[in-house]
Design a protein around this ligand. Structure first.
Ligand code: SF4
Ligand code: SF4
Length: 112
């Protein structure tokens, strides 16, 4: 089992999650984060910290494509453990539908 970052992180990227993870398993893309499924210890500490409610356990139904996306990009994006300011327009994008199709970027973020 692992936790995964899902749609609503895209362009919100508040980063409250990275500071609480005991094993530093968040990786940063240009406009979202992902969790490395082989490093996550399933502690669940990050889930309630996400203001966008984008972090879910992979035991929830319908998350298969997100588990795949997290695993794939965690292997190429840089590790992130320190919170930075969220995008200025993060609130505007919170809750928008179909963010993956409309706004996902495969480009890496800056990392720590
Ligand atoms: S706290 Fe939530 S919205 Fe922010 S970066 Fe982490 S998963 Fe994404
Ligand atoms: S569940 Fe725990 S180990 Fe996994 S990403 Fe969240 S804080 Fe890190």
């Amino acid at each position: 089992m692992t936790y995964v970052v899902t749609d609503n992180c895209i362009r919100c990227k508040y980063m409250d999650c990275v500071e609480v993870c005991p094993v530093d398993c968040f990786y940063e893309g240009e406009n979202m984060l992902v969790i490395h499924p082989d490093e996550c210890i399933d502690c669940g500490v990050c889930e309630p910290e996400c203001p966008a409610e984008a972090i879910k356990p992979d035991t929830e139904a319908g998350l298969e494509s997100w588990v795949k996306l997290n695993g794939e990009y965690a292997r190429s994006w840089p590790n992130i453990t320190i919170k930075r300011d969220p995008p200025a327009d993060a609130k505007e994008y919170d809750g928008k539908p179909d963010k993956l199709e409309k706004f996902f970027s495969p480009e890496p973020g800056e990392g720590d």
